[in-house]
Design a binder for this molecule. Structure first.
Ligand SMILES: Cc1ncc(C[n+]2csc(CCOP(=O)(O)OP(=O)(O)O)c2C)c(N)n1
Length: 348
């Protein structure tokens, strides 16, 4: 394995601090879910922090980022306020999406983080559209689209690869290969398990990075972004990683052994990066502990902020809904003429 040089001292500390923030945030989010403070689903990316931070730090501020439903860490790495991310999980008014999105639909347009999607593979065509917009405007921005190994089996994967290559879109696809699609292992869900190769037939070459190593992820993603930006060739990066927790909060994890999880935990991306920084004199043991304590404190603040935030006013239910009432002919899931009766009926 290649041992990459560290980034500058400040950057190295910031990467470690961000990975710690994500880890502590997600651990506490899991607890809040168990206490029923969070509704719906909760997918944690504990174990995948190096993939998230390494990839996100390779982006420019104006580049676009889009993920799927395991993206609390992406929002935090992109700079969204932890209080707003926690409040979003709590379904509160001060949440990142005013409590409308919840865990799976984080979104922060200001930071060019475009979600958060519940549909496996659903973000791929949207990402291609975003890259097409950048190309059309000639703004030099690249889109980074992250999705799971299971998503590579979706029809949208092939369709999007084809158009991205055909139209020379400035886009980098990153498959976060955590080895499972829910309870189905990679070997059982994909005929081709070397996922970086899955784009080749469509004209999208692949690259691989160690998703447990923030430096390798940063290095490879940076290379891919440069190729997409300067040479207009889309790339598929496969990040090899592992999720330490279940697929979502309710997962009996019968599809893998404790020993396997323990083996991967030995390669904990935060512990290994922290140890390297300490070995190279970038941080002392005390500073490592201080960074961790700061992350814990920041998450406590975020929980207090979310707790204090009110639930959205029921009268705001129709706010930000695209079409309502008789403006247009069409099908509606919400009909303001009266609940229950005409749901799904065509309005003349
Ligand atoms: C189109 C679609 N089919 C099925 C589901 C149910 N589902 C939710 S997560 C998931 C597994 C996806 O695994 P992967 O893409 O590897 O992402 P990971 O959960 O590992 O991050 C499935 C099948 C869904 N959300 N959307």
């Amino acid at each position: 394995m290649v041992e990459h040089p560290l980034p500058g001292t400040e950057a190295a500390r910031e990467w470690l601090a961000t990975m710690l923030l994500i880890r502590r945030f997600e651990e506490r989010a899991g607890e809040q879910y168990a206490r029923a403070k969070i509704g719906g689903f909760l997918h944690l990316a504990i174990g995948e922090e190096a993939t998230i931070v390494g990839a996100v730090r390779a982006l420019r501020d104006t580049d676009h980022l889009i993920g799927t439903y395991r993206t609390h860490g992406h929002a935090l790495a992109r700079g969204s306020d932890p209080g707003a991310v926690m409040a979003e999980l709590f379904g509160r008014e001060d949440g990142l999406c005013r409590g409308r999105g919840g865990s799976m639909h984080m979104f922060d347009a200001e930071r060019r983080f475009h979600g958060g999607y519940g549909i496996v593979g659903g973000n791929l065509p949207i990402a291609a559209g975003m890259a097409l917009a950048s190309d059309y405007r000639g703004d030099g921005d690249v889109t980074l689209c992250q999705f799971g190994d299971g998503a590579t089996n979706q029809g949208t994967f092939g369709e999007t690869m084809n158009l991205a290559a055909l139209w020379h879109l400035p886009i980098v696809f990153m498959v976060t290969n955590n080895r499972f699609g829910m309870g189905t292992s990679l070997e059982r869900h994909s005929a081709v398990t070397d996922l970086q190769k899955k784009g080749e037939g469509f004209g999208v070459p692949g690259m691989e990075c160690d998703g447990m190593d923030v430096l390798d992820t940063f290095h490879v993603t940076s290379q891919a972004l440069r190729i997409a930006r300067e040479e207009r060739r889309p790339i598929l990066v496969e990040a090899l990683t592992y999720r330490f927790r279940g697929h979502s909060a309710a997962d009996p994890e019968e599809y893998r052994t404790r020993e396997e999880v323990a083996e991967w935990r030995e390669r904990d991306p935060i512990a290994t990066f922290g140890a390297r920084l300490e070995a190279e004199g970038v941080v002392s043991a005390q500073e490592r502990a201080d960074l961790d304590a700061a992350a814990v404190a920041r998450v406590e603040e975020a929980i207090a902020f979310a707790d204090a935030s009110p639930a959205p006013d029921p009268a705001s239910l129709y706010d930000d809904v695209y079409v309502l009432g008789g403006e247009l002919r069409g099908w509606y899931s919400v009909d303001e003429r009266g609940a229950g009766v005409r749901r799904g009926e065509e309005i003349a």
